[in-house]
Design a protein around this ligand. Structure first.
Ligand SMILES: Cc1cc2nc3c(=O)[nH]c(=O)nc-3n(C[C@H](O)[C@H](O)[C@H](O)COP(=O)(O)OP(=O)(O)OC[C@H]3O[C@@H](n4cnc5c(N)ncnc54)[C@H](O)[C@@H]3O)c2cc1C
Length: 362
């Protein structure tokens, strides 16, 4: 990708215009790509350089520990949480689960384990030589990959549905918390009603219109062809992969690259483990039941464990932008406030306790 899909106010910093100021200060305004019917979008390089700048300025590197968390327990006396990790246990007052989609990719049954079939996010090498690639998928990843590969080889893009063109991941009002409160929080946390509102609102498997021209050009040049249908069977013959579609058409390629997205994070084994260990409730399709104000995962008995959720796993509370940058921002605002409030509360408690202690000892 050359530029983000989202606008220049969506980045990892806390100030909405921070990236724009960074671009101005470094004479890089030309990397704010103007977009029809949408605010400018930052180039990927500008976005990443600004992220590095934020990380350096806030010295976030010094806070980073590299390990995989296996499970999470509550410490005795509700004093915090213990994370069991690949580098040993870590005790903490608060924990935020921000595991994204959890690293599980969607492999259609027919394609799993077949030679010559790869997933774009799982070991795919874009530079491996091929004369003809079949890209499977109907969203931005599939479209972008098909355009990119068709610069050097022949590409067939296979989608189950007609390509749909949408500028953003959901209608922009869904970025605003008041809109989320009004249209999502009116339903019970964890309910199927919430799930349906989000499914309707999210422009899943859509392609932004700024790719349209490039797409058309590639098709006109004969390097890219579009096919629509579901795969009925997949076979490998003489080093080529043959996809037979359910309506009879057959596609042949040196390789098949799946751009078929992620498995749902709600039923991720890691999420199951944590939910079971801490006895935290799950809603429809395994959605964690979060407090709408703080994004803390609620206990059945109303008790609060200092475990907060951001990203794709918070979809049921943060709405259709939860897996994206604007959602992370909304979640960050709420979680940071909740943690600060909890810390103030525990400080006030310990002050009262020590005041009591003085009285008693006096
Ligand atoms: C090509 C592409 C383009 C995109 N463009 C945009 C865009 O323009 N705008 C936008 O808003 N979004 C865009 N997105 C989506 C964007 O990537 C997500 O918004 C963002 O990465 C989500 O961040 P996250 O921190 O929630 O999750 P992730 O970035 O997925 O991070 C999850 C982290 O959790 C870690 N983790 C998972 N499980 C464990 C565990 N058990 N223990 C320890 N660590 C764990 C992972 O290693 C990873 O570091 C794009 C995505 C792609 C792939």
């Amino acid at each position: 990708m050359e530029a983000l899909r989202s606008t220049f106010v969506h980045h990892v910093g806390t100030e909405p215009f921070g990236l724009e100021s960074f671009a101005e200060a470094n004479d890089r305004e030309d990397e704010l790509v103007s977009t029809v019917d949408y605010p400018p979008r930052p180039s990927l390089d500008l976005f990443l350089d600004y992220a590095d700048y934020v990380i350096d300025r806030k010295d976030l590197g010094s806070l980073h520990r590299r390990a995989a968390v296996d499970t999470i327990y509550e410490l005795p006396g509700e004093t915090g949480l213990r994370l069991e990790t690949t580098v040993g246990p870590i005790d903490t007052d608060h924990c935020v689960l921000a595991i994204g989609h959890g690293g599980r990719y969607r492999w259609p049954d027919l394609a799993a384990g077949l030679d010559g079939v790869e997933h774009v996010w799982e070991g795919f090498d874009p530079d491996a030589s091929a004369n003809r690639t079949i890209v499977v998928g109907g969203g931005i990843t599939a479209a972008q990959l098909a355009c990119e590969l068709s610069e050097t080889e022949s590409v067939a893009l296979l989608s189950r549905h007609p390509l749909e063109w949408e500028v953003s991941e959901a209608d922009p009002p869904w970025i605003n918390w008041s809109h989320i409160e009004e249209h999502l929080h009116e339903h019970l946390p964890g309910s199927s009603d919430r799930f349906e509102v989000i499914s309707d609102a999210r422009n899943a498997a859509t392609v932004p219109p700024y790719l349209y021209q490039e797409f058309e050009n590639r098709i006109d040049e004969g390097e890219l062809t579009l096919a629509q249908g579901a795969v009925g069977s997949a076979t490998v013959e003489d080093g080529s992969v043959r996809l037979s579609l359910d309506h009879g058409l057959q596609l042949l390629g040196d390789r098949v690259v799946l751009a078929t997205g992620f498995e749902p994070v709600f039923d991720h084994p890691f999420v199951d483990r944590i939910g079971d260990e801490l006895e935290l409730p799950r809603g429809y399709r395994g959605m964690p039941v979060l407090d709408d104000e703080t994004l803390a995962w609620q206990c059945e008995d109303g008790r609060s464990v200092p475990l907060y959720v951001s990203g794709a796993l918070a979809l049921g509370t943060v709405g259709p932008y939860a897996p994206n940058i604007p959602g992370a921002r909304r979640a960050g605002d709420r979680i940071a406030t909740a943690i600060a409030r909890r810390l103030r509360g525990s400080r006030a408690d310990s002050t009262t306790e020590s005041a009591h202690g003085t009285e008693v000892s006096d």
